[in-house]
Design a protein around this ligand. Structure first.
Ligand SMILES: Nc1ncnc2c1ncn2[C@@H]1O[C@H](COP(=O)(O)OP(=O)(O)O)[C@@H](O)[C@H]1O
Ligand SMILES: [Mg+2]
Length: 376
């Protein structure tokens, strides 16, 4: 285990021990105290020894299992699949960060276990799974998310991210905002999850250069190309997510001939023509508020501006989504401008492929990109 990972885990343990109170009730859903110390035995019992039937999810980190504790509480347990310095770091980062945050739209951490070769993170169980299952999976067929729920999920996710950017101390950049990392509780409230790639931003730092992590289709151009990470990378990913929620289109599509088209390239011609109804998920069969649809799309276009400086803050996005869904003033009045420098900037740039994906040609992705700006 790396020194840093050890240190983080140790600090988390200390913090857990310090905060421990005798009257923790696992039945109290509005627990003030965020931690519970689990034994391996307890987790093994809850998940039926990580039985395959209990598996509810799979990610880069490992598998996620459903379980029920001896006190009857439903939990989700993430189990690190293989011990490596990278996996260990992801574990430490996730526990460290989730231990710091508490917000209605962030997945709650119940506890963790680190011993021997096992690294386990215990969360509140989210019975309505991840948003991806509702947009593209079987759940999209069985129980279609209506417009109202979709907008609630968009606002909730935005509020969770805004909390990370503006309220958490130090500020946190998530770096992997996407549909599979937005979970849904019993009431279909959004819970942003999966903090394995998150970064704490020291006071006064506006951006940093890092290795690129995240998911193809959601990566902001300046981050994908140059590893420049700032809050606005999450804003970009949120914009992609918002378009995905509205249209149920995947962030990247492979066209016949193998060319990849991202969701912004797909949506742009419709926005230019004002053909917003073509963007909405056809399964909604027109059951949405037309003005809200237009507002939400225009917010997404602002968020996915290729220039990070033109993107709004998440605080602004929350404000627009909340207020803007009443009226479209301020966000709908945009014009299409081609950024003259853009081709020059992106063409020929070398993309350091250090993401989870191979063979990504970032230049191709952004060649057609437009810049959206407010009309003065
Ligand atoms: N608390 C939870 N409740 C229900 N399902 C969950 C929970 N946590 C994770 N999952 C499922 O497991 C998947 C992977 O979890 P995630 O935290 O994103 O792990 P990874 O870091 O491996 O991507 C999610 O997309 C979701 O389907
Ligand atoms: Mg994930």
């Amino acid at each position: 285990m790396s020194y840093l990972a050890k240190k983080m885990i140790l600090e988390c343990f200390c913090c857990a021990a310090r905060k421990e109170e005798p009257n923790i009730s696992a039945h109290n859903s509005s627990r003030e105290y965020p931690w519970e110390i689990y034994t391996l035995k307890e987790i093994l019992h809850a998940t039926n020894n990580f039985h395959n039937d209990n598996k509810i999810g799979e990610g880069g980190f490992g598998s996620v299992y459903w379980g029920r504790t001896s006190t009857g509480i439903e939990i989700a347990v993430k189990r690190l699949k293989a011990m490596s310095a990278k996996a260990e770091m992801e574990f430490a980062v996730e526990v460290e960060i989730l231990g710091r945050v508490r917000h209605k739209n962030l997945l709650g951490l119940r506890g963790f276990y680190a011993g021997g070769d096992e690294r386990l993170i215990v969360y509140d169980y989210m019975p309505n799974h991840s948003l991806i299952a509702h947009l593209h999976g079987q759940l999209a067929v069985d129980c279609l998310l209506d417009w109202h729920r979709r907008m609630n999920i968009a606002i909730g996710s935005a509020e969770g991210i805004a909390y990370l950017h503006h309220e958490a101390n130090p500020h946190i950049i998530h770096r992997d905002i996407k549909a599979s990392n937005v979970l849904l509780d019993t009431e279909f409230q959004a819970k942003v999850a999966d903090f394995g790639f998150a970064k704490l931003i020291p006071e006064g730092v506006t951006h940093m250069t890092t290795r690129v992590k995240g998911t193809l289709g959601y990566l902001a151009p300046e981050y994908a190309m140059w590893g420049k990470v700032s809050e606005s990378c999450d804003v970009y990913s949120f914009g992609i997510l918002l378009l995905e929620i509205i249209s149920a289109k995947k962030p990247l599509e492979k066209l016949p001939g193998g060319v990849r088209r991202d969701i912004v390239q797909w949506v742009t011609p419709y926005v230019q023509k004002g053909a917003f109804d073509h963007i909405a998920d056809p399964r909604l069969k027109g059951r949405y508020d037309r003005a809200q649809l237009e507002t939400a799309i225009m917010i997404a276009m602002r968020c996915t501006d290729s220039n990070p400086e033109n993107r709004p803050s998440m605080m602004k996005v929350v404000e627009w989504l909340n207020g803007g869904l009443e009226g479209t003033k301020g966000v709908s009045d945009v014009e299409d401008m081609v950024d003259e420098d853009e081709e020059q900037n992106y063409n020929g740039m070398e993309y350091e492929d250090d993401t989870d994906y191979d063979g990504y040609n970032g230049t191709e992705k952004f060649r057609e990109r437009r810049t959206w700006q407010h009309r003065k």
